[in-house]
Structure formats: C-alpha cells, structure tokens
Ligand binder design. Structure first.
Ligand code: AMP
Ligand code: MG
Length: 484
C-alpha cells in the first residue's frame, strides 16, 4: 500500500543486527501539528492533504506510523570533544528509507521520539525550541545551497520535558540521504571484527559512492571521497559564516550533509575565533578551527578503515596518512576558489590570496559584519557607510578594483557571481532566539516570517530589512546551548 506516497525500502536492516535495534517510537499524550514542510513533502512525492491536522499530528508524533515503516534506532560511536564514547540514537527512530519519485533514497527519522536501548540515563525527548531551531537553520542552509539534512515536520507532544526548567516537548521529522556517520565506522571498528567494517563499507559505497564499487582499493578511495565531500562542506560553512558548534565524529555524516543542529549559529562580526556553544570552553569548534577538526575527524575514519586499506598494517598506516595529510592543501584550494567567488574574481593570480586575507584582517580589526560587508561589496559602486570611509579600506578597495579590471569577464559577471555567493540574509542568532521565544509562547508568526525570508537568501528585497542588521549590543547572543 502506498500510504501518503511513502515507498519504503529499508536496506539498512539488511546489515548485521549489531548496527541497529528495531523498536517503535514511544507514543505521546497529545500531539499537535506545529509545522509541515509542504514543499519538501511534494518534492519527495508525499501528500498529507487528505489527513486532518489531528491525523497529521498523530503521524508525525509516531502515534500512528505508516504500516510499511519498520522503525529502528541506529548504533554508532563517536569522539565527543576528542574523547571516544559508545553512543547510538538515544532519542531518534528511523521510520525507514523512502524512495522518491526520482529514485532518491532518503532516511525519514524522528528526533525526540522516546527512549531507546541507547538512551543511557537521558529521557529520549526533545524540547520545542531546539527542534524549531534545527528546522529553520537546516531549511536556511538548504536555501543557501549547502548540503544538509532537511526538516519535514515539527509537532508538540503535549508532554513537558525537563531541561533546566519545564519546556514543551516536541518531535522533529528529519530527512537525510543517510544517517551513516564517521562514528558508525568507529562503532564497527570497535567491535574488533574486520568483516563488520567491510560489510558497512560495502553498504555505504553502494549508497553514497557507487562509482567506487570496482575501485582497486575501495577503503582508500572511499576515504578520499568522504574527505572531498567534507572539504566542500566546510568551505560552504566558511562562505556563509556558519559555526556548527559540535563537530564530534558522530555528527559528521558520510554523505557530506550538515547534520545535527545543536548550538550552531552564524557569525555576525567577522572574528575567526568565534564560538557560540556554551559547552565549547576551549574553542575546539570555533569558526576558523572547523577545517582542522574536519581533518581530525577524517583521521578517525581512516583509523577505522585501516585493516581494509592494506593487510600490511605499516603500509595501511602509510597510505592513510598520505591521504589525510593531503587535506590542508585540498581544503585551501577549495577555500581560495570560494573566496574568489565572494570577491567576483575570475582567473587566478598569485596575489589573490593576499588581497583576500587583507580584507579579512581589516574586517576582524574593525569588527565588520561578515555577511553585510560581502553583500555591500556585491553592489555596483563603492559601498557607502562610515566603516568604509577609513583609509585602510580605501587602499584595499583600490587594489581590489585594479584586480577586477584584470578579470577575464566583465564587471557585470563579477557582480552576478558575488550576489550568488554572498547571501543578503542569514538566520542571525539574535533573530533566531527572538522567534523561538515567541514560538515557545505560542505565537508562530515571527517564526514563519523569518522562514519565508530565508527561502531566497540571494535576492535583495524590502522584506529582508528586519533580518539584515547585526545585533545591537543589548541584543547580542553570546552563547547557544545544546539545550536539546
Ligand atoms: P548530540 O549531541 O545531539 O549529537 O547527541 C549525542 C548523543 O546523545 C546521541 O547519541 C543522542 O542520541 C544522545 N542524546 C542526546 N539527547 C538525548 C536525550 N534527551 N535522550 C536520550 N539520548 C540523547
Ligand atoms: Mg548527534
């Protein structure tokens, strides 16, 4: 039966059962629909229009799942802030893999759907604020053209969850091309069974890297492929000033999608050391440290794959090291290419890097707003505003103009390139906090308004105005909480 358009094909359950536990979400008292992503549903070939709001809420709370779903929680491990831990989905259930009309395989997952065998002492639930935060930021990332998990729905449960205070409970329905993480491979490797890692590798290659099926050294080619995707992803994050906040290896998806929106936030004033997360005391996951951490996480993946890279362990280590050590150069080249698009530069010149870093240095010194500065530069003509009157900026601007004149393409093309790389709007943290507060108090209009502004982030328009200013000093939010 094709209930609401669902076409389940649960390939993950063909893996050895150590990789998951079959179990149903725990029903909740009084589910109520908060938001349904109609556009996403339509693009997945799903249609819930025949359901009443109440029936929709029962579906997206897990009180009445489609008959063809087979829910399970995943096993995985992870390095959290550098320390290895056994984890697993402590409050998430995958309903199954849905095959879309254009034959894409997508995991449909609940977050906040009750305790599982991996919950340890935690309650298995989630609060409304953090689920709406994931909803709005993941959808903003998608609109920004950044690989990400998506959000299909949020319901409230009618039950309170206790964090520091009592908060309304909620469940998010998350969509991902898979939930296989670096930590899934670490889990397999920690079982001390090479065959288990190999089974997972073959499965993952089938799902994410089918081109590698015939590769001579599958494990090594896979490592390179994951590394390439991560480098691309981090470059995107750096482009828009996104700080993930908890880049633990269990939060790094093999697919190259951004996953797990906890204490993440976008930077306002440019400062490479920016950290928002309240639990990141050492700045491990600061803005500028993200590429370094990505490489560190890839090294953990490499370790898990070692026995498959070569039977001779010394040879395996040598090959893995060579691969992982190539990350900085790989990343740097991609970053430079991206920064050239932010400045409308066509072709490559050796002085480009200096031009870019001088602008960034000036921005850091003057605490210039990252998003607005690049957007101002994307307009035709010299930007106006007090900050741009300084001599240091004028000197840089003259150098940039000279470089633009040496472009292989006309200025119109540069402006177009810049406007498509430099968003006019991002989900600024103070605005996100503001709309979550009103949503918690029962008013969703500000949430929906911001969501709608974020749908087309590269298009200037009047409706963006309320969301474009950096926070005034009394509005600034310095810390974000996992709050979960
Ligand atoms: P996160 O920091 O969200 O990636 O979560 C890390 C681990 O803790 C994952 O295995 C989660 O499933 C688990 N977890 C987080 N919050 C809860 C909760 N409220 N109840 C049970 N498990 C949780
Ligand atoms: Mg996680």
């Amino acid at each position: 039966m094709k209930e609401y358009g669902f076409q389940f094909d649960n390939s993950y359950l063909n893996l050895p059962d150590r990789f998951y536990t079959r179990l149903d979400p725990l029903p909740v008292a009084a589910p109520d629909m908060v938001i349904l992503n109609d556009d996403l549903a339509a693009s997945m070939g799903l249609d819930f229009s025949n359901l009443s709001k109440k029936e929709q809420a029962a579906l997206f709370a897990g009180n009445s799942l489609p008959e063809s779903s087979e829910s399970f929680a995943q096993a995985y491990a992870g390095h959290q802030f550098g320390h290895f831990t056994m984890l697993g989905d402590g409050r998430a259930h995958i309903w199954g893999e849905h095959i879309t009309p254009d034959k894409k395989r997508l995991d449909i997952q609940f977050k906040g759907s009750g305790r599982t065998s991996y919950s340890r002492s935690a309650d298995g639930r989630a609060a409304l604020g953090p689920m709406l935060r994931e909803y709005i930021i993941s959808e903003a990332m998608h609109a920004l053209g950044i690989p990400t998990t998506r959000s299909l729905a949020v319901v409230t449960t009618g039950e309170d969850v206790f964090r520091e205070t009592l908060l309304p409970g909620a469940i998010l329905t998350r969509i991902a091309t898979s939930h296989i993480r670096v930590g899934t491979f670490e889990f397999a490797a920690a079982q001390g069974d090479k065959d288990l890692v190999e089974t997972l590798l073959d499965y993952t290659i089938d799902r994410h890297d089918p081109d590698l099926k015939e590769a001579k050294n599958k494990a090594l080619s896979f490592l390179k492929s994951v590394m390439e995707r991560q480098a691309d992803l981090i470059v995107h994050w750096m482009r828009v000033g996104f700080i993930h906040g908890v880049m633990n290896t269990d939060n790094m998806a093999i697919s190259g999608e951004t996953i797990d929106y906890g204490p993440c936030a976008f930077m306002d004033a440019y400062d490479p050391n920016t950290v928002f997360s309240s639990i990141d005391h050492m700045g491990r996951y600061a803005y500028a440290n993200q590429p370094v951490i990505a490489q560190w996480n890839i090294a953990r993946l490499a370790e898990a794959l070692l026995p498959l890279i070569d039977e001779n362990i010394d040879k395996a280590v040598q090959l893995a090291e060579e691969t992982v050590n190539a990350f900085p150069v790989l990343y740097k080249n991609k970053w430079l290419t991206m920064m050239r698009t932010k400045l409308g530069l066509f072709g490559t010149q050796s002085a480009d890097e200096q031009l870019i870093s001088d602008l960034l240095d000036w921005m850091q010194k003057t605490r210039a707003d990252y998003t607005n500065t690049f957007r101002d530069l994307s307009q035709n003509g010299k930007p106006s505003g007090k900050i741009y009157e300084a001599k240091a900026f004028a000197d840089w601007y003259a150098r940039w103009q000279k470089r633009l004149q040496q472009n292989t393409k006309p200025i119109k093309s540069s402006l177009c390139l810049m406007k498509n790389s430099n968003p006019a709007v991002i989900p600024r943290n103070h605005k996100v906090e503001e709309i979550l507060e009103t949503a918690n108090a029962g008013d969703l209009k500000p949430f929906r308004d911001l969501l709608s502004a974020l749908k087309e982030p590269y298009k200037d328009r009047e409706a963006l105005k309320p969301y474009q200013s950096p926070p005034a000093s009394n509005e600034r939010v310095y810390q974000t909480f996992c709050g979960t």
